[in-house]
Design a protein around this ligand. Structure first.
Ligand code: ADP
Ligand code: ZN
Length: 729
């Protein structure tokens, strides 16, 4: 690492809220600074955090440069990490500072020194209890012994910091120095794992060989639900740890972490570091530092864990790699699966993409030989794959506003009689998707979005699923003022729960929907209760489709298998196939064989047929052929441009201007579609206009888009976002 002496210049990438495109030049501080150092620099009237991106003579006369204020006490950002952020920024067309924020947001670097002090619950009781004091104590107890900084604690409890300090003399709150170097307990890769079945052992050996090689490589680990993929990739983790390198396991859903941590503990004798939105800031700082110092061997986390400063990353596992939650859809738009491959290629690490229903992208990369592929085709042990059958809804006699067909109901009753669980799956949160006036036909919409309000009885409100706005359920129609005429139309999980309770009055019913749980802990408790057999019927949204093990569950009933096939999205078939196979895969993971029943009005639809027969390879081949013919991903490249503004006109004007000035795109042979209203044309009061770009696989799409957008001066209030590889097209 190059250390520079005063008065040389430092080019510093600055972490500002406004993502400024390029690093700024500063004068090095007395004592010098090095590439990768975290520094505090002046920016306008403020002091901001930055990273030294390079050193040497800048293009501004030295006298005019402002100086770096100080070098912060943090391990410098390694070259591999800087290269990763730069490449990720280039790929996603994100300004570098915005990318850098992803990698540094959490640790609270550069906070005032008071950050070094942490506050946790003590044994004492305050002499006088006030509501504010009680909130602080409750919060600390809620987080079971975790420590907070003063600022975090005050903010989260909604009190002033003097309230926290007032609790110290009595010993109700303890003040202590931040444990800056407390490493995570040692995971022992030499502990024996469970004995593996033959196909598991073969796959594990291949993964181990890859990891031992110490170079980049990606493997698609495709195994039917319940085949024991986790045990297999834990062997790859063991190999990685035994070489003294670090491993990262990405999960698509926080609710899956608890079970996974337990499995890791069983395998390696200790729990790994955890990284997701449910982890406190204090703990995140610890993870961030320990990862950088090598004091954390394994991190289990959400997609943003990819941006942790690993010292020596040897393996990244992306579990349920097809899951759409790996795509971040706000702020920096990136797909964690693709970024994992990028990071691993720079770190000399292996990637394992695990799924029962891989994305077409990964499937195609394996076909093309870019990824290795390992298949586990049977469930572990005696468990068999569930039988899949359609219920033709055209032949079922159902009264209006009822969704459980007689055939499905009979199957549920049979399971209840046998002491087994049933899952009724409906991918719709809330009570009813539409509230309509029976007098005038008016549908209640969101005031800020081009979307209907969804009735949530549990919350007793109408909720917009786009912007989160809620309002009370009105007594009269907002359009014609008719009284008592508003009626729910269509099913949501809450309404399905109501019907279930009526039909099966003796059943214990549990509803699993993300909006019903305020904390990750409550959700975890519910999942554990279900696994322990404390429910007869589980009603769930896609939250239940992901990876959970419910041993007593033997029946899955899909209320509306046709739901995802509507609309014009080219990925609709892929998504429906994945979701249905995943949901069905929840059944029969214990000793008894499972059954999945799909309620459908179109049992002859090719996608429904493929789901039922499970003939995946032919399904993927057909999908691939269609995408190839259309020249869309993974056989072509796409990007979306979304322009938004409070009024539609300036957004359309800019879109039209871009469409008329698309020479840089035409030069690479790309096609431009639009401007057109985005699939949801208004969100949070902003009108959205979309342009889609389609190019050949090898075309330099990012460079062309950069050239194309370079002359754009955004009018006030107008925003533009570039989405490389959009999820829907
Ligand atoms: P997948 O992720 O492929 O759906 P899991 O890894 O969750 O499957 O395994 C399914 C079930 O089988 C789990 O309960 C797991 O503990 C068990 N299992 C898998 N492999 C083994 C093994 N080799 N020995 C004992 N139990 C296993
Ligand atoms: Zn809204």
């Amino acid at each position: 690492m190059l250390s520079v002496e005063f008065p040389e210049d430092a080019r510093v990438a600055v972490l500002t809220a406004q993502p400024l495109g390029r690093p700024f030049d500063y004068r090095a501080p007395e004592g010098g600074c090095s590439t990768g150092d975290f520094v505090e620099v002046p920016l306008g009237p403020r002091k901001v955090l930055g990273v030294v991106w390079g050193t040497g003579a800048g293009d501004v006369a030295a006298g005019k440069l402002r100086a770096v204020i100080r070098v912060l006490d943090a391990a410098p950002m390694r070259e591999e990490m800087r290269a990763f952020l730069e490449r990720a920024a280039d790929y996603t067309l994100t300004p570098l500072p915005a990318m850098l924020r992803l990698a540094t947001r959490a640790p609270g670097l550069g906070d005032p020194p008071s950050m070094r002090r942490l506050y946790r619950r003590g044994q004492g009781a305050p002499d006088r209890m006030t509501p504010a004091r009680a909130r602080v104590i409750e919060l600390l107890e809620d987080y079971g012994g975790l420590a907070f900084t003063l600022g975090e604690l005050a903010e989260q409890a909604g009190v002033s910091s003097s309230v926290v300090k007032g609790l110290i003399p009595s010993g109700a709150v303890l003040e202590e120095d931040a444990p800056r170097d407390r490493p995570y307990p040692h995971l022992d890769p030499a502990l024996p794992g469970v004995p593996l079945a033959d196909d598991q052992a073969q796959a594990a050996a291949r993964l181990r060989t890859g990891v031992a090689g110490g170079a980049y490589g990606t493997t698609l680990l495709k195994g039917v639900t319940g085949s024991g993929k986790t045990e297999v990739y834990l062997e790859a983790v063991a190999e990685c740890l035994s070489h003294g390198r670090q491993a990262l396991v990405l999960l698509p859903e926080i609710a899956l972490t608890a079970e996974f941590l337990t499995r890791v503990e069983r395998r390696f004798g200790a729990r790994p570091a955890e990284w997701h939105s449910g982890v406190t800031m204090a703990e995140r700082r610890r993870v961030w530092r320990m990862v950088g110092r090598g004091g954390a061997q394994l991190v289990v986390g959400a997609r943003s864990a990819l941006f942790l400063p690993f010292r020596d990353l040897g393996l990244i596992v992306v579990d349920e790699e097809h899951d759409s939650s790996y795509k971040q859809e706000e702020g920096v738009l990136y797909n964690a699966r693709d970024m994992a491959v990028l990071r691993a290629s720079l770190a000399g690490a292996q990637v394992v993409l695990a799924s029962a229903t891989p994305s077409l992208e990964s499937w195609a990369n394996a076909e093309a030989g870019k990824y290795a592929r390992l298949d586990l085709t049977s469930r572990f042990g005696d468990a068999e794959l569930p039988e899949m059958r359609a219920i033709d809804m055209r032949t079922q006699d159902l009264p209006p506003s009822r969704w459980i067909s007689p055939t499905l109901a009979a199957a549920v009753e049979a399971r209840m009689a046998a002491g087994q669980q049933s899952l009724l799956f409906l991918n719709r949160r809330g009570y009813a998707p539409v509230t309509v006036c029976r007098a005038c036909g008016h549908q209640i919409g969101c005031d800020h979005c081009d979307a209907r309000m969804v009735e949530h009885r549990f919350l007793k409100r109408l909720v917009c699923h786009q912007c989160g706005e809620t309002k009370p359920i009105p007594a009269t129609c907002p359009s014609c003022q008719a009284e008592g005429k508003l009626a729910p139309v269509g099913p949501g999980v809450e309404r399905l729960a109501e019907e279930t309770a009526e039909r099966f009055p003796d059943a214990r019913v549990a509803v699993l929907s993300s909006d019903l749980f305020t904390t990750a802990r409550a959700l975890k408790a519910q999942i554990e209760a279900i696994a322990a057999g404390e429910a007869d019927i589980i009603i769930g949204t896609q939250l239940v489709a992901k990876g959970h093990n419910f041993p007593l569950l033997t029946l899955v009933g899909v209320i509306d298998a046709d739901l995802g096939l509507q609309g014009s999205d080219l990925r609709a078939a892929e998504r429906t196939f994945q979701l249905m196979r995943q949901v069905a895969g929840r059944a029969g993971r214990g000793a008894d064989k499972g059954l999945a029943l799909l309620q459908t009005f179109q049992p002859e639809h090719p996608v429904i047929r493929a789901i039922l027969t499970g003939e995946e390879e032919s399904f993927w081949q057909a999908e691939a052929a269609e995408r190839r013919a259309a020249g869309v991903p993974p056989y072509g490249r796409m990007a979306g441009i979304v322009i938004s503004a409070p009024e539609a006109k300036p957004a359309f004007d800019l879109g039209t201007w871009l469409a008329h000035n698309d020479a840089p795109l035409r030069r690479i042979g790309a096609q431009l579609f639009g401007p057109a209203p985005a699939p949801i044309a208004r969100v949070r009061g902003r009108h959205r206009v979309r342009l889609l770009i389609k190019a050949d696989k090898g075309a330099p799409l990012q460079a062309a888009i950069s050239d194309w957008l370079a002359p754009v001066k955004l009018p006030a209030q107008v925003r533009l976002a570039v989405d490389i590889d959009p999820q829907s097209f």
